[in-house]
Structure formats: structure tokens, C-alpha cells
Design a protein around this ligand. Structure first.
Ligand SMILES: [Zn+2]
Length: 246
């Protein structure tokens, strides 16, 4: 995977190449623009990131998809979501924030006891941490793993980077933790969506075998659409399975 030293070398190579047909100032400017655009694309695209390999879709020809819920547990909506999953006999993955897990340990226990997979979504979910040294991210990961271990008795194996942001520091921290990074194939935008019907359609139109769907269990709209979403997915011939089953 791409490290800081590779970025410097690529920048240097690009500059040397551009200098052969541009004057030095233009070569420097063009190198910087290309390099920064390319780095930004890799930082903010969990699917295409060259910094860290994340599982965003399971390679399969079978019509199976995976539900994942981030940012909980929430005392308001996680219980509603768990009730709907239970009623439909569907297992999902919950990427919990350490600070929330600490406040609602009973909800974490319930997620675990009802057969769902629990992953680490950092302790504070602070986007600024992504741009701090890897030791800060390592501490966030460790703290959350310890909180989740104390509650459930098992250490999470999956990690989801907050906001899908990845960079060499995050990659180093995750590699050191021995965890597997999990992204998504379908971003639902349930954090900003106001229209339940549009939200269900946006997700169901993008389904393909192996898709991992990103949802949030701290959003009212997600709890409102979940039953219909499950029915729509199943009516399209897809089975919803757990990441633990692959
Ligand atoms: Zn998040």
C-alpha cells in the first residue's frame, strides 16, 4: 500500500517528467495540483484508496448483500433497529463508537447477544484525528477495543474508518492493530436524506452481489425505512447475510 515516501517519489518523478516540456514554475505548480488532487481522492475515497485496503464489497456471484450500521449505539434508535432486524431474522454489522459504547453497554451486549457483528469505529469519531500521528489513532482503536472487550468478552476484528477517511497514518495504525478495515459499496446518505422513499430507492437501485451497505443506527430516518428496505432488498431476490458468514 502507498506510504508517505511513495508520494514524495511519485511527486519527484512527475516533476522531472513535466520539466522536460514545461518551464520550472509551471512544472512545480502542475506537480502540486496533480499530486494534491490525487492524494485528496485517495484520502476521501475508502473504495479506491491506495493507502489502505478496505473490504468494500465481497467478491461473489451470489445475490447476497450486507447491512452495516455506524456511529451507535444510540439509545433512541439502536433498539428500534435491533427489533426490526430480529423480526426479519437479519444479521448485520454494527461499527460502534467507543464513547457511545461506554454510555450504553447494555445496547452493545444486546447487539452481540442477538448475533450481530461488532466492529470498531474509533473512540471519539473526531475527523481531526485522521490528520494526527498514527499513535493518536492507535490509542483511539485500542481504547475502543478495550471498551468493547470489557462489555462483550471478545475483541473486534473489523474496523471502519470514520467518514471513510484513510491516509498513511491511519493505515499504519490499523495494520499495527491487526484489524481488517471495512468500507462500503453503497453509501446510503441516510445522514442527510430527508425523503424515506428516495432513500430506499437510492440504496435498492445500486444493489449488486456482495454489496456492503452503509447505514447509521443513530438516525431516525434509518429506523423508519429499515423494514421497507429489507423487504425491497429481498423482493429483488437478494439475501441479507452477515459479514461473519463470509
Ligand atoms: Zn461514522
Amino acid at each position: 500500500m502507498l506510504k508517505n515516501i511513495h508520494i514524495v517519489l511519485i511527486g519527484l518523478a512527475l516533476f522531472i517528467l513535466l520539466q522536460t516540456f514545461l518551464d520550472t514554475v509551471f512544472a512545480v505548480l502542475t506537480t502540486l495540483v496533480v499530486l494534491f488532487s490525487w492524494i485528496a481522492f485517495n484520502i476521501f475515497s475508502v473504495k479506491h484508496s491506495l493507502f489502505l485496503k478496505s473490504i468494500c464489497r465481497i467478491r461473489t456471484k451470489e445475490k447476497v448483500v450486507f447491512l452495516s450500521f455506524d456511529d451507535g449505539p444510540s439509545d433512541q434508535f439502536t433498539p428500534v433497529i435491533l427489533d426490526i432486524l430480529k423480526r426479519n431474522n437479519v444479521k448485520a454489522s454494527f461499527f460502534c463508537i467507543g464513547q457511545h459504547a461506554e454510555v450504553y453497554p447494555d445496547l452493545v451486549r444486546r447487539i452481540s447477544s442477538e448475533g450481530h457483528r461488532i466492529g470498531n469505529h474509533t473512540n471519539s469519531h473526531n475527523w481531526k484525528n485522521a490528520f494526527k500521528p498514527s499513535s493518536i489513532i492507535e490509542a483511539e482503536i485500542d481504547r475502543t477495543n478495550n471498551i468493547l472487550f470489557d462489555i462483550t468478552g471478545s475483541k473486534p476484528e473489523l474496523f471502519r474508518p470514520p467518514f471513510g477517511i484513510t491516509n498513511p497514518s491511519i493505515a499504519k495504525a490499523i495494520k499495527g492493530s491487526g484489524m481488517q478495515s471495512v468500507g462500503w459499496d453503497i453509501r446510503s446518505f441516510d445522514t442527510i436524506s430527508k425523503d424515506p422513499q428516495k432513500l430506499v430507492r437510492r440504496i435498492s437501485d445500486k444493489l449488486r452481489p456482495g454489496s456492503i451497505i452503509l447505514l447509521h443506527d443513530n438516525r431516525e430516518i434509518t429506523s423508519r425505512i429499515l423494514n421497507e428496505l429489507i423487504e425491497t432488498i429481498q423482493n429483488k431476490g437478494y439475501k441479507i447475510v452477515s459479514l461473519a458468514d463470509v
